[in-house]
Design a binder for this molecule. Structure first.
Ligand SMILES: Nc1ncnc2c1ncn2[C@@H]1O[C@H](COP(=O)(O)OP(=O)(O)O)[C@@H](O)[C@H]1O
Ligand SMILES: O=P(O)(O)OC[C@H]1O[C@](O)(COP(=O)(O)O)[C@@H](O)[C@@H]1O
Ligand SMILES: [Mg+2]
Length: 565
């Protein structure tokens, strides 16, 4: 038998729930009081045919440990929905309106009458469908952690006329933002007959400081061909109370496009909405050019960015080849994660050295960068270096006093590694009286301002559609592709860790072998990197949930995406 665990909420909510249960004459625990996993039809919404049991605060064995956990995880605990099935199956589910509005009505999905979709056999996804976090398994593996499969549901929780949708984009630019906005608008209008759609201007602060702009399929018709976001974007400005006051007053349902910071903001909004008992769904579409969002295979715009980076690398190569001892140095984005640099390097084959934040390097002495550059110029007369902007910050900090400054969202401000390397390399060859030329190219803002390529356009469309289906069906979530299938992922899973290049994985080994650069790593660095990977992959809550769940999470953690293929 499987059980469905909803970790108990904070004291006030818990008190209210107990009173409700007393009024209903029900109890908690295994006394027949059933809790829905998602929709209103409890049976249809269950992840698998099993009895779902609400486990009360008192009966939950590890709750003490949970209460002693950090404040962040304590808050998260109230919103985590874990169910267990056979053979180590665990569903890390997303919250649903019915979790706190038990009488929320359901309606037939209007798509069933849609001429394009009604002919598709099995167009609606089965409520039992889930997507595994780990697909590489051994004969005796446990089934591990799963996420709810994205897609249209037979029944929805909103009527078309009651929906007022709003869309906001936050954080830095990324190719594909306009495509997601376009497809949210067109999908809502064409699939669900929703005609009240508004754009929030200039990021989160637009919820309370600007007018909401009405948008229609007609007004967004061509925007996918343009870079940037027609809604505007910003960092900072997340005032949860003011945002939710406006959501409440205007009766809207929210689509939020943005990176890790934005998803944290979406989670805060969701928690406040739930606290106030509002009938509002919050759907997050993860955006980050750095591709550093946990769990998902890849963020939209990443492929377009890697493709565009090729143009800069090609130019660097041309410059380098056309000079005596020419060096082309290209800086690419990647504040904490070097995915763009790694993939752009692997795609190009012209790069002799790729430096990323995850892999420490050093300049001087045996095995250092300067020695390698010297050797490469002697062998080949030219070289191309790609550096992610977050690389080597510790080395620069030794020569330039770092000020620990942050942007409005709290992201650390970086020193210009490209410029710093250029000067260091120049000085080195000057002191050796060796002639050379170095050309530094910084294409970062040019890359993220382009419109998305064809593959990203299709990806953005599917993400937008999945977000619409999930929100109409009453779920709140971050949507993303997990092992090639679209899934609804709980906010806490994408906000608790950041995806990073694992320098102990095969993908980084492939890169090192393709450039033939030194790894710059000591055994101590490798040990530290392994330990950091282990800790980064450890999901936050389930370790205190129960033994089976913790085991499933540990097992799936080792599979979290990092480019390992
Ligand atoms: N912990 C947080 N809680 C609430 N809002 C946040 C949090 N972190 C970031 N935000 C908000 O999310 C928005 C975008 O964050 P930012 O880090 O700039 O970009 P991204 O979402 O692309 O990572 C900003 O408006 C910021 O204030
Ligand atoms: O100069 P800005 O606008 O703050 O953006 C620069 C930063 O945005 C990034 O592209 C990532 O930001 P996001 O998380 O918003 O996608 C970083 O690589 C880069 O450091
Ligand atoms: Mg970010």
């Amino acid at each position: 038998m499987a059980s469905h665990i909803i970790l108990p909420p904070d004291d006030d909510d818990e008190q209210q729930r107990r009173e409700d249960e007393e009024n209903d004459g029900g109890g908690s625990g295994g006394d027949g009081q059933q809790q829905q996993a998602g929709g209103n039809d409890a049976k249809a919404a269950l992840p698998f045919s099993a009895m779902c049991v609400r486990i009360s605060r008192d009966s939950y064995p590890n709750l003490r440990a949970l209460r002693n956990a950090s404040h962040a995880s304590l808050t998260d605990a109230a919103y985590v929905k874990i169910s267990e099935g056979d053979f180590g199956y665990v569903l890390d589910d997303v919250p649903h309106l019915a979790d706190y509005l038990p009488d929320v009505p359901t309606y037939p999905n209007p798509l069933q009458d849609h001429p394009a979709y009604s002919t598709v056999k099995q167009y609606f996804v089965n409520e039992d469908d889930t997507v595994p976090q780990k697909v590489v398994v051994q004969k005796n593996s446990r089934r591990g952690v799963h996420f709810r499969r994205a897609g249209p549901r037979q029944r929805v929780n909103f009527e078309s006329d009651e929906v007022k949708a709003c869309i906001v984009s936050c954080g830095g630019l990324c190719p594909g933002l306009n495509t997601v906005i376009r497809e949210l608008v067109c999908g809502l209008a064409h699939m669900y007959n929703v005609n009240n759609i508004f754009g929030i201007q200039n990021g989160y602060k637009g919820f309370y400081s600007s007018n909401y702009v009405a948008i229609t399929p007609k007004t967004v018709n061509d925007i996918h061909k343009r870079g940037g976001t027609v809604l505007g974007t910003s960092r900072g400005g997340h005032d949860t109370k003011k945002i939710v006051d406006n959501i409440q007053d205007r009766g809207i349902k929210v689509y939020i496009i943005g990176g890790d910071g934005t998803q944290k903001g979406a989670y805060e909004i969701y928690k406040e909405i739930r606290k106030r008992g509002l009938k509002v769904a919050v759907a997050g579409v993860p955006k980050t050019i750095d591709n550093d969002i946990a769990i998902i295979d890849k963020s939209f715009g990443f492929d377009s960015a890697v493709e565009e980076a090729q143009r800069a690398i090609n130019s660097a190569h041309v410059e380098a080849c056309s000079a005596e001892n020419g060096i082309g140095l290209v800086k690419l984005m990647g504040r904490y994660s070097g995915f763009i640099a790694m993939y752009a390097t692997l795609a190009s084959r012209d790069v002799d050295c790729c430096l990323i934040p995850e892999s420490p390097f050093y300049m001087d002495g045996e095995g250092g960068l300067l020695q390698y550059v010297e050797r490469r110029l002697k062998e080949n007369k030219h070289m191309v270096i790609v550096v992610a902007e977050g690389a080597g910050q510790d080395i620069i900090a030794k020569s330039i006093p770092a000020s620990d400054q942050q942007d409005a969202s709290g992201n650390k401000l970086l020193l210009d590694i490209g410029l710093w390397l250029t000067h260091k390399i120049k000085d080195h060859f000057k002191s050796k009286k060796m002639e050379m030329t170095i050309k530094y190219i910084d294409p970062t803002y040019m890359i993220r301002a382009i419109p998305s390529n064809a593959a990203d356009n299709v990806y953005c469309t599917l993400l937008a559609h999945s977000a619409i289906h999930g929100a109409m069906a009453g779920y709140s979530f971050t949507v993303g592709m997990v092992n090639g299938r679209h899934a609804y992922i709980p906010f806490y899973r994408v906000t608790s860790t950041r995806n990073k290049v694992k320098i102990t994985d095969r993908m980084w080994a492939r890169l090192l072998s393709s450039t033939n650069q030194p790894s710059f790593l000591s055994q101590k660095d490798i040990d530290e990197a392994r330990e950091a990977d282990r800790l980064a992959n450890k999901p936050p809550l389930p370790s205190v949930a129960n033994h089976n769940v913790a085991k499933a999470f540990d097992q799936s953690a080792s599979a979290s995406s990092s480019g390992e293929i």
